[in-house]
Design a protein around this ligand. Structure first.
Ligand SMILES: [Fe+2]
Ligand SMILES: [Fe+2]
Length: 354
């Protein structure tokens, strides 16, 4: 096609778009973007009940490889039981009027380990006394969900907030009707409280300054959808709390920046699923560059972030909050990190106040 007729064609198409109103719709749509007003809270305290979902990363990776790879369903993998821990966080929110809300994020994996860390952190008595307002499930992955019974046997009527993409096995777990001898996962305590299922099209506002945002994404080991918690903290800014962050740190933060009314970058906490098995990929450098551009003030990393990434991010000037040595008081220790000068993870027993 000659340049002249190509340009002529463009002009005709442009006119057609104008005639059908698509052109004005685009500019009007951009101007009228609906920002989410999630309100404000006063402060947020996050306790790392457990971030060690597995104690030895090569062992975890080998289990997946032996079962056929990352596309195999997590309910079909004979996991090495002695390697299992689980992910649980306890979040205490202070509202502007002084009232408080308590949220549990995720339910761990191995029930013995989950019971142990619940007792050690005090979450155990909060559940027994019905003082946890909501149990938010980040996603259905084994290390965040298979320990469900440890929570439900203490508080079966707890309000649960889950992504609306759980598979049938997950639904049976919630119903207290699941037993799987291969992956060694079971739950016979039915959930009896309110169940909120969050989809990707609407942010779920929980309390003033607190919301859950679900991303409908495919995840390894046949899991779908992950939600993060978003906090808007007065005079400080927006903090995100994640389980694994399979949606990607930059995707999540950029979504918050574009959609949360009055967004100011402030903090993040949780697993960031970057170098989950301590591998390295040059694109991990780009995540560091992207995070620098966003300009958070505090980054609490652990779990599947990858020690190697957290260390490099720290060395390159990202505001990684250093952990304490408290995790050494726990009966089992992770194999990554020990011996390093700085603890670049917020580990079991550590607390982050925002
Ligand atoms: Fe995880
Ligand atoms: Fe995960």
């Amino acid at each position: 096609m000659e340049r002249r007729s190509f340009l002529k064609g463009l002009a005709v198409t442009g006119a057609a778009i104008g005639a059908t109103g698509v052109g004005p719709f685009i500019s009007k749509g951009l101007a009228a973007r609906n920002l989410e007003n999630i309100g404000e809270c006063k402060s947020v305290k996050i306790t790392c009940v457990s971030e060690t979902s597995w104690f030895d990363s090569p062992r975890m990776l080998q289990d997946i490889k032996d079962a056929g790879g990352a596309m195999v369903c997590h309910y079909d993998i004979p996991w090495t039981q002695s390697n299992l821990g689980g992910y649980v966080a306890l979040i205490e929110v202070e509202q502007l009027d002084g009232s408080k809300h308590t949220i549990q994020l995720d339910t761990g994996w191995d029930q013995g380990w989950t019971d142990y860390v619940m007792e050690k952190s005090g979450l155990d008595s909060l559940l027994n006394n019905k003082k946890v307002d909501a149990l938010v499930m980040s996603h259905e992955h084994e290390d965040h969900f298979f320990g469900l019974k440890s929570t439900l046997k203490r508080y079966p009527n707890i309000t649960m907030v889950i992504p609306n993409t759980f598979y049938p096995e997950g639904k049976l777990m919630l119903a207290g009707k699941y037993k799987n001898d291969k992956a060694k996962v079971n739950n016979d305590v039915p959930h009896k409280g309110e169940l909120v299922e969050v989809g990707p099209d609407k942010i779920y506002k929980m309390y003033p300054g607190v919301a859950a945002k679900m991303f409908d994404i495919p995840i390894m080991l046949r899991t779908r959808g992950e939600q993060c918690l978003i906090f808007n903290i007065k005079d400080k800014g927006v903090a995100t709390v994640t389980g694994c962050c399979h949606m990607g740190l930059l995707t999540m933060l950029n979504w918050a920046a574009r959609n949360v009314e009055g967004y100011k970058p402030y903090a993040c906490y949780g697993g960031l699923h970057i170098a989950a098995f301590e591998n390295w990929d040059p694109k991990f450098d780009d995540i560091i560059r992207g995070a620098k551009k966003i300009g958070l003030q505090k980054m609490g990393c652990n779990h599947c972030t990858g020690w190697i990434w957290a260390q490099k991010a720290h060395d390159m000037g990202l505001p990684i909050v250093l952990g304490t040595q408290k995790y050494k008081e726990y009966k089992k220790l992770p194999t990554t990190g020990p011996g390093a000068k700085d603890n670049v993870y917020l580990r079991n027993g550590d607390v982050m106040v925002l």
